[in-house]
Design a protein around this ligand. Sequence first.
Ligand code: ARG
Length: 229
Amino acid sequence: ESGVPLVQAGTLVTCTHLPYEPFQFQEGGEIVGFDVDVVDAIAEDLGVEQEIVDTPFETIQSGEDLNAGKCDLAAAGMTINDVREENLDFSDPYFEATQALIAPAGSGYTSLDDLAGLSLGIQAGTTGAEYAQENATEAELVTFEDLGLLLTAVQSGQVDAAINDNSVLYDFAADNDDVEVTAEFETGEAYGIGVKTDNTELLEAVNASLARIQEDGTYDEIYEEWFGT
Ligand code: ARG
């Protein structure tokens, strides 16, 4: 075991918000996904076990959970941005993302302008919600707590379309014929792992592990597992 300070000795407690397939979701009673595998590699380097805590995305991105000592890390497909960086530290970027629009198949809604006077689903506390608030001013925004509820609302017609990160929407559309991804917005986002502001030892360990897995092929294997065809 390393000398990195952890909330609970021997354990790397990781805050996340479920479901966010393919980054973190439940499958057969287990929490699995891209982020889970990345953090498992970090835990392995630290000689400890990862333990996942499911908590609202709002209190992850606000830094509240980390600063309250609820977890050591936050791995939640979380975009690095300036506001968040005031309240938590981010690792080096480990995944690229942009916002995208998902709508019922054949709807023809291919831009935010097409949604004027219609309803657009957003996920609470996310960069997609912020993008919609700034750019979909003519749409009625409807907030959902998590991605599962947001996507179900598109399928059931409770909302006309929804905005979220491109990878999760493509993943869902690949499995569900009744919806399609109809637009991407070039927001140029990158995911980072959140670390409590003053835990520099852990931040350095996380960055070292991210570099290690990128060099030795582990990252590519994880990528292939969750995004390969
Ligand atoms: N990347 C977006 C953001 O940082 C959405 C992340 C949502 N993650 C989740 N696990 N629910 O705001």
